[in-house]
Design a protein around this ligand. Structure first.
Ligand code: SAM
Length: 224
């Protein structure tokens, strides 16, 4: 199997199951035009997040890592009119592009974008009494994944779902000696997921237009 074949199958699945959408297409075009890196989730992955949020009946969502707001749009569209999504982004340029994309998608009233390093903005959210969130999507700098998971757990309730992207890293996660801080971040995260008694978690490998990677899904089983 090759990247070419994974991309062709992703194209087929997306053409068949994920109809083209003006706001989402415009968000990707504006992100590319502004020079943002193409590290957003793929369309069929965006729809997976959207469906997970709907299956969960989510009314509140927290996203760590906005980029141009592509996954944000997918997630926010799963919310009812009274729903709320808070997304955290550290790069001012990414935040500016995301705000315009969210405006164009008609989601400015539902989505609150907080600019700053997530390890600074997360404690502020907690201090403001925000949360618990029904669904939390972690997709920012991977070395901080263990810290993001700890914050996600603090901002959860029993029944919250936490999704963490890019947890396989082309298979590099099986190397305990890896010098890659992202690989070490994922390995430390997995240790936490395995030992934290308040959650039940799994992870799967994925292939597609975004290459070979994976996704962890966590259910919070204890808490308020
Ligand atoms: N979730 C987005 C999507 O699928 O459309 C992609 C997010 S991209 C993989 C990761 C984003 O996290 C980047 O925009 C990056 O600037 C942001 N980021 C990196 N470090 C961060 C930090 N410490 N705090 C907040 N955001 C951060």
């Amino acid at each position: 199997m090759s990247q070419e074949q994974w991309s062709a199958v992703d194209r087929y699945l997306t053409d068949t199951l994920v109809p083209s959408d003006a706001a989402l297409d415009a968000a990707l075009a504006a992100s590319a035009a502004a020079g943002l890196p193409p590290i957003n989730v793929a369309p069929n992955q965006g729809k997976l997040l959207h469906l997970l949020a709907r299956i969960q009946g989510a009314r509140t969502i927290l996203e760590i890592g906005t980029l141009g707001g592509y996954s944000t749009i997918w997630l926010a569209r799963a919310l009812p009119a009274v729903g709320r999504l808070i997304t955290l982004e550290s790069e001012p340029k990414h935040a500016e592009v995301a705000r315009a994309n969210l405006d164009r998608a008609g989601l400015a009233n539902i989505v609150e974008l907080r600019l700053g390093r997530a390890l600074d903005t997360l404690p502020k959210l907690a201090a403001e009494g925000r949360g618990p969130f029904d669904l939390i999507f972690i997709d920012a700098d991977k070395p901080s994944n263990p810290d993001y998971f700890a914050w996600a757990l603090k901002l959860s309730r029993r029944g919250s779902v936490i999704v963490i992207d890019n947890v396989v890293r082309k298979g590099a996660i099986i190397d305990p000696e890896s010098a890659d801080p992202s690989v070490q971040g994922v390995r430390r995260l997995n240790k936490l997921l395995a030992t934290e008694r308040r959650v039940s978690a799994t992870a799967i490998q994925t292939v597609g237009s975004k290459g070979y990677d994976g996704l962890a899904i966590v259910l919070v089983t204890e808490g308020p």
